[in-house]
Design a protein around this ligand. Structure first.
Ligand SMILES: NC(=O)C1=CN([C@@H]2O[C@H](COP(=O)(O)OP(=O)(O)OC[C@H]3O[C@@H](n4cnc5c(N)ncnc54)[C@H](O)[C@@H]3O)[C@@H](O)[C@H]2O)C=CC1
Ligand SMILES: C[N+](C)(C)CCCC(=O)O
Length: 505
């Protein structure tokens, strides 16, 4: 069924698509929701039109999805790692083949530009390909003990893992969570954000087509209530979450009741530090990459841009010029660089941050206003012009809180010591960045920034080989990279005696 929805994508344009397929998926097929009276409309951000209905799953449905995952887990976990690898590689291949159609559907549901969505889908199949490569490498240690005795360790899967996703990278988040989980021999029940329910189901269908056992990757729809049911379910072994800090805390509390390990990818207010010896052209590009991907709705964005005072005028001039040139509009058009924000309330929240910043003394150098593209079909869309704020101070709301929109706050600094102290003066610690030509300084700053990632002379690139995750209240656990295998598996120690038992009794 979804294949037919994907097949209609080449002809699809903004404002034309309706999704009528069922959006739940378990037992290897799309499942009709039981209680349609709780349906919530899902909007196409670029037009404000209803795209589909999202019907939250109740306890019975969540239970069915988890049981279906458990049945698949029993088969999948016993397969050779190499066999799991082969199936995952096939899934990656199918995604690559349908990349443009999946990206289009992602744009229609999420509002980001097609160019970005294509990159997101590429990162998704690369992630699955990467962990396919690791599925055959799982191994333990052999430890020699006295008298010929020895021990060995085995890396074993956890069981049924739950993934709970945010709306900013709907397909990619589902891939980032499922790829390492599946590589290790786990099954997954994934709950997308209620605002972006459409593409995770496509991933479920692709895994099935590639040959995973029925039920290995399932999708349940819903919001907080459905998420709560997932976290409390006794057959769930682990929860991996991407979203806000307040929800992350709740996930951790709920998981604590069942002593379930959690991975939390939470918000940020990351610093980007630009020293006067930087290569200016690259620093400006980096600042744009750090703030405007996905309409600024990115957890690791470098939204506090610290610029050394001597180069501030030159930096601002260039950044403002480039920001004004960003073409906002129909996200399915190739030359659009910024699409629509996720929802009307979210757009209003972001504009509210800009109004508050003005009140607290910031100066708007450009943007920060609702934007209505000239195309009449886009007049109900959630667009705004990207914004640069100057005259910012560390105590302003726009500098302290995660805005999750295209709003860059620029702050002057004088010395390395001062900027490090100010950059670290936050409860968040997801990412950070530094632009300088002094390699000693670059690595010193990287060492001293309290964040899970530090980009030197770039920002917001995300190769799947590289671990990603937070310090402090930005969460813990990692996604991507080799290390993530440890977050989706557990270690068994087997101790082997070769002699007689030397009993103390
Ligand atoms: N770190 C990141 O990547 C993200 C950060 N955010 C931040 O969070 C703000 C609010 O966005 P939301 O989508 O409302 O984030 P959220 O953190 O409330 O939702 C994220 C996911 O958690 C689920 N959820 C919500 N309450 C739950 C509960 N009690 N138990 C289990 N699951 C639950 C949601 O349905 C969604 O799938 C944004 O404006 C932004 O500042 C949002 C999305 C992603
Ligand atoms: C892909 N990347 C690095 C720009 C963002 C991924 C993290 C997120 O979910 O916001």
């Amino acid at each position: 069924m979804a294949q037919s929805l994907l097949d209609t994508m080449p002809a699809a344009s903004t404002g034309t698509v309706l999704v009528n397929d069922h959006l739940n998926y378990w037992g290897g097929r799309r499942v009709k929701p039981t209680d349609e009276k709780n349906a919530e409309p899902v909007f196409e951000p670029a037009t404000g039109r209803v795209l589909c209905q999202m019907v939250p799953c109740g306890a019975e449905e969540v239970d069915q999805a988890i049981k279906s995952a458990h049945t698949a887990y029993l088969k999948w976990s016993k397969m050779a790692g190499m066999e799991r690898a082969r199936i995952m590689l096939e899934a990656a291949r199918i995604i690559r083949e349908r990349r443009d159609n999946i990206a289009k559907l992602e744009v229609i549901n999420n509002g980001k530009s097609i160019t970005e969505a294509q990159v997101d889908i590429d990162i998704a199949w690369q992630c699955i390909e990467y962990y396919a490569g690791m599925a055959g490498t799982l191994s333990g240690q052999h430890i020699q003990l006295p008298g010929g005795a020895f021990a060995y360790t085995r890396r074993e899967p956890l069981g049924v893992c739950v993934g709970i996703g945010a709306w900013n990278y709907p397909f990619q988040i589902a891939a980032w969570k499922s790829a390492p989980a599946l590589a290790c021999g786990n099954a997954m029940v994934f709950k997308p954000s209620p605002m972006t329910p459409v593409t995770a189901v496509i991933l479920a269908e692709i895994y099935k087509e590639a040959g995973v056992p029925e039920g290995l990757f399932n999708v349940v729809q819903g919001g907080a209530e459905t998420g709560t049911l997932l976290c409390h379910h006794p057959m769930v072994a682990k929860v991996s979450f991407t979203g806000s800090v307040p929800t992350g805390k709740k996930i951790m509390e709920m998981s604590a009741k069942g002593v379930k390990p959690v991975t939390l990818e939470l918000g940020g207010k990351s610093p980007l530090i630009i020293f006067k010896d930087c290569e200016m052209e690259n620093a400006v590009r980096g600042a744009l990459m750090a703030n405007y991907l996905s309409q600024g709705e990115v957890c690791c964005n470098g939204t506090r841009v610290f610029v050394q005072r001597e180069i501030m005028p030159q930096f601002l001039e260039e950044v403002v010029k480039r920001t004004k040139a960003i073409r906002v509009g129909d996200p399915l058009l190739k030359d659009t660089l910024m699409g629509a924000l996720i929802s009307k309330p979210h757009l209003e929240k972001v504009l509210g941050f800009v109004a508050q910043a003005k009140k607290e003394g910031a100066r708007v150098l450009c943007g920060g206003e609702p934007f209505t593209p000239s195309d009449p079909k886009l007049k109900g869309g959630y667009f705004m012009s990207p914004c640069v704020l100057d005259n910012c101070r560390d105590d302003m709301t726009c500098v302290k809180e995660e805005i999750f929109g295209p709003v860059m706050s620029v702050l002057p600094f004088d010395t390395e010591e001062e900027v490090l102290q100010r950059a670290n003066n936050t409860t968040f610690g997801l990412a950070s960045g530094v632009f300088t030509r002094d390699i000693g300084r670059a690595h010193r700053v990287a060492e001293n920034l309290q964040a899970g990632t530090c980009f030197i002379n770039n920002y917001n690139i995300s190769p799947v080989e590289v671990p990603f995750g937070g310090y402090k209240m930005s969460g813990f656990g990692r996604e991507n990279g080799q290390v993530t295998i440890e977050y989706y598996s557990q270690l068994k120690t087997v101790v082997v005696e070769m002699g007689d038992v030397d009993s103390l009794f």
